[in-house]
Structures are given as C-alpha cells and as structure tokens.
Design a protein around this ligand. Structure first.
Ligand code: FE2
Ligand code: FE2
Length: 138
C-alpha cells in the first residue's frame, strides 16, 4: 500500500459519504410512508454522513491530498422498502471499506487516521442496525 493508494482510498470514502448524505436527505424529503420516525431519522443520518465527509476531507488535506467533489452514484429509490434496502447495502459497503482503511492506516503507522475511522465505523454500524430494524417495519 503506497501513500498514493491510501489517499485514493480516503477519497473513495469521501465520495461514498457525499453519496449517502445526498441519498438519505432526498429519501427524507420524498418519503411517503406513514412511518414518520424513519423519515426523521433519514434526515439525521444524512447530516451525520456529511460530517463524516468533512472529517475525512480534513484529514486528507492534512495528509497532502485533495478531496473529491464527486459523489458515488446516488440511488434514491421510490418505494420505502427499496430505499432502505439500498441504504443497508451502502452501510455494509462503508463498514467493509472502513475496516480496510483502519488496517491500512495501522500498517502505515498513521494512528490519527486509524482512530478517525474507528470512530466513524462505529457510527456506520449503528446506521446499518437502524436501517435493518426499519426495514422490518415496512
Ligand atoms: Fe458515514
Ligand atoms: Fe452511515
């Protein structure tokens, strides 16, 4: 793992955070299901994801990189169950990528990045848990 590859992985993380931040916010605004708690939670999680993007971008700049402005493909969906199924998959993708980033950061001796991603990883696990629980109510 070169430091260039590592910075590219951090940018991949930023692209994902930007994607889910917009995706969850647009799911929030277009929500048509009577379960209003899920609608409200989508907005809260969207804001948490934007904070993740900011935290990772700050670290990337400290490491000499330039944060991407391009989100991964945004998939809002139409039916509530379809939306939340996508969100569960996106959280699983984040958990997989961030577990890898923590391992890479530790190999590179970059404690600050490892610690940042450990904190974010815990939040992604909570999001996945929440979406899985929400899915059963739809
Ligand atoms: Fe996130
Ligand atoms: Fe998340």
């Amino acid at each position: 793992m070169s430091s260039k590859e590592f910075l590219e992985k951090l940018n991949k993380a930023i692209a994902r955070e930007l994607q889910v931040s917009i995706q969850y916010m647009w799911q929030h605004v277009s929500w048509k299901h009577p379960k209003k708690e899920i609608r409200d939670e989508l907005k809260k999680i969207a804001i948490v994801e934007m904070r993740h993007a900011e935290d990772i971008a700050e670290r990337l700049v400290e490491l000499g990189g330039t944060p991407t402005t391009k989100p991964e493909e945004i998939k809002v969906g139409e039916e509530p169950a379809e939306m939340i199924e996508r969100d569960v998959r996106d959280e699983e993708g984040a958990i997989k990528l961030y577990t890898e980033i923590i391992e890479d950061a530790e190999k590179l001796g970059d404690e600050a990045t490892a610690n940042l991603f450990k904190k974010i990883l815990e939040e992604e696990k909570k999001h996945r848990e929440y979406f899985m629980k929400a899915l059963k109510q739809l």
